[in-house]
Write a protein that binds this ligand. Structure first.
Ligand code: TA6
Length: 288
């Protein structure tokens, strides 16, 4: 890290080895790192506990591609670009590969609050021809809380999809189970609609959109339980690439799949969410 600039008693801004600005937070409850490239939470760890988030040991941190791990923000679409946007645009949108503006950091009793924003510009309009203001509020405390707010600053309605694509750290796939996902899901690997029977365990590649999740999804990993509490989403995505997927990715070690599981608060409905001019919509997740 170079040119370190203290912003508050508990937060510093510095450029990483490749020049990307990264916030480092270390307060009474936890430590975390947030890259301004993508408004991407790279790490979060409560003091005295194992890390909550997984970051690939091969993650590319120079701004040349999306970062593998942490919490990428998929916005304003999820997955491949939908027909209404035009095919062939970057997967998961452009929020995760754009440099955001740091609007403010403040220390509070319940943690350190970071406010980041992104407005439309020539580059974003070339991919998505809309006027918008996107804001991310991150609270780093005994819990990690993210609120992603989309504001329509244009004169016609906008439609968006999104995901807070959270990579959770696990000890081993055999050690974990997930509850609170609800029953109906789309299995993206087979393209079939299925129903979850009981709690979810892991035994192979999985890419699922759970369409009626409970507000709290619980990841049990041995004696540890992590709660993912989300709001204003329409689905929860569960993804693990397993060995076959991991070995096909340049930015993940072959055995990387053994220590991560994505549980993502998402807006995945084809219709997305429509926001009228001057209106806004937020989607949120809390890792507890
Ligand atoms: O959230 C699951 C997913 O959409 C998968 O289909 C999988 O490909 C993953 O995200 C990672 O996408 P990325 O573009 O980051 O490689």
């Amino acid at each position: 890290m170079q040119s370190i600039r203290p912003l508050t008693a508990h937060c510093k801004l510095a450029n990483n080895a490749t020049g990307l600005p990264v916030l480092t937070i270390n307060n009474d409850s936890a430590q975390a790192e947030i890259s301004l490239f993508g408004a991407h939470v790279l790490s979060y760890q409560r003091h005295g506990e194992p890390a909550s988030l997984w970051l690939s040991d091969k993650a590319v941190l120079d701004g040349s591609k999306p970062i593998r791990g942490g919490i990428p923000l998929c916005w304003p679409w999820f997955g491949p670009s939908p027909a209404r946007v035009g095919q062939g645009k970057p997967a998961h949108g452009f929020a995760r590969t754009t440099l955001w503006t740091l609007d403010g950091v403040s220390d509070h009793e319940d943690g350190t609050l970071v406010h980041l924003s992104l407005r439309d510009n020539e580059a974003t309009r070339s991919l998505w021809p809309h006027a918008f203001e996107l804001e991310l509020d991150v609270l780093v405390g005994k819990e990690l809380s993210l609120v992603l707010t989309t504001r329509n600053t244009g004169s016609s309605p906008i439609v968006y999809n999104a995901a807070l694509h959270t990579y959770l750290q696990i000890s081993a796939p055999e050690a974990v189970s997930v509850s609170g996902l609800g029953e109906p899901y789309l299995d993206k690997l087979s393209g079939q609609d299925e129903r979850q029977q009981g709690i979810l365990t892991l035994s192979g590649a999985m890419d699922r959109i759970y369409r009626q999740p409970e507000p709290v999804v619980r990841l049990k990993d041995g004696a540890r339980t992590t709660q993912v509490i989300s709001g204003n989403h329409d689905s929860v995505v569960v993804w693990t690439p397993w060995l076959e997927g991991a070995s096909a990715m340049a930015d993940m070690s072959d055995d990387g799949y053994r220590t991560m599981l994505c549980i993502e608060a998402a807006i995945t409905a084809d219709a997305g969410v429509t926001i009228a001019p001057d209106e806004e919509h937020s989607v949120s997740t809390v890792i507890l």
